[in-house]
Design a protein around this ligand. Structure first.
Ligand SMILES: Nc1nc2c(ncn2[C@@H]2O[C@H](COP(=O)(O)OP(=O)(O)OP(=O)(O)O)[C@@H](O)[C@H]2O)c(=O)[nH]1
Ligand SMILES: [Mg+2]
Length: 306
């Protein structure tokens, strides 16, 4: 007599890896149904490992969104590559995201090589992304190339921003996930502390309004968050004081803008999005400050928390 196949709930940690701007964070937000990770057209938007939780009837996936894999000797980039390697090592599943709208270059080859060293013991799914804008021929080229590099990994053609193929990827990952109890309660979609989510929303709004090297030079520090009771006069207020740190004096003006127009736009759009997270009215006090050393400090802090 054969043993009945057990069909318990699935539970796994899945690392999302890919080059900068491949669409990793966009995928995570689509799969979670919430904005968990910030998005921009600027490469290397994600700087930390962001967890997003996906609950389906078949089970739970905890996705780890990672910074884009970028070959560079700069210490900060080396540090971010370290985060990716650690995420892969700790993961039970890997989702490898390729941007089909860009040619495969050295960086993609280096990443595929890194991933290939893990596929034997970690089930890996490849998502060929941006099929809404990539030429058919480019999608086919990416698919052929990946079949050669990672022959045993199933491939999916998706558009993370439109949502096409996202559920198929989630289902394929869940199929390969081990059985187990969920790591988080089923109504959770992230485990990020509120201060971190607030700082990331502000950073996104600032990145999207600056250009050249400025987006990479921005760091957000939430100095204070405090609920002020309305004493019967409507909704309570969440008062937030935050600083936008830049590395150089010249970058300060670029964030403040003419007559303060830019910082005002950053403040109001961030405030609106923060209001969707909390059951309070929001007051965001946002100031720009120069701190040439934030990168070094962040580097040290990350070493402590990651
Ligand atoms: N047309 C199109 N654009 C996409 C798609 N997915 C993501 N994008 C865009 O690609 C850019 C980068 O997306 P992100 O999700 O921030 O990419 P990422 O891989 O997280 O990037 P890093 O955090 O910098 O590594 C953004 O402008 C997205 O809107 C897609 O399926 N189609
Ligand atoms: Mg990202």
């Amino acid at each position: 007599m054969t043993e009945p196949v057990s069909k318990g709930p699935k539970s796994a940690f899945a690392a999302i890896v890919g080059r900068p701007s491949a669409g990793k964070s966009t995928f995570l937000n689509q799969a979670c149904g919430h904005k968990v990770s910030i998005i921009s057209s600027v490469p290397q938007t994600t700087r930390n490992r962001i967890r997003g939780i996906v609950n389906r009837t078949a089970g739970q996936l905890v996705f780890i969104d990672t910074p884009g894999f970028h070959e560079s000797d700069r210490r900060f980039n080396q540090h971010m590559r370290g985060l990716i390697r650690e995420s892969i090592r700790d993961a039970e599943l890997i989702l490898y995201m390729i941007d089909a709208s860009r040619p495969i270059g050295e960086e993609e080859r280096a990443l595929a090589e890194t991933i290939s060293r893990h596929t034997e013991h970690i089930p890996t799914i490849v998502a060929i992304n941006k099929i809404d804008v990539a030429a058919h021929a480019a999608v086919d080229t990416a698919a052929t190339w990946i079949t050669e590099k990672l022959p045993d990994c199933p491939q999916f053609r998706i558009s993370a921003s439109v949502g096409d193929g996202v559920e198929a990827v989630v289902a394929a990952l869940l199929e390969r996930a081990p059985e187990g109890e969920p790591a988080y309660p089923e109504d959770h979609y992230t485990d990020q502390p509120p201060e971190f989510r607030v700082s990331e929303i502000i950073r996104e709004k600032a990145i999207n309004r600056t250009s050249q090297e400025v987006p990479h030079s921005i760091y957000v520090e939430v100095a204070d968050m405090e609920v002020r009771e309305s004493e019967g006069k409507g909704e309570d207020l969440l008062w937030i004081r935050a600083f936008l740190l830049v590395e150089r004096e010249s970058q300060k003006g670029m964030l403040v803008g003419k007559a303060g127009a830019k910082i005002k736009a950053i403040r109001t759009t961030a405030q609106k999005e923060i209001a969707e997270l909390f059951p309070y009215r929001i007051h965001l006090d946002l100031r720009v400050k120069v701190d040439p050393k934030w990168r070094r400090k962040e580097f040290l802090l990350q070493k402590l928390v990651n």
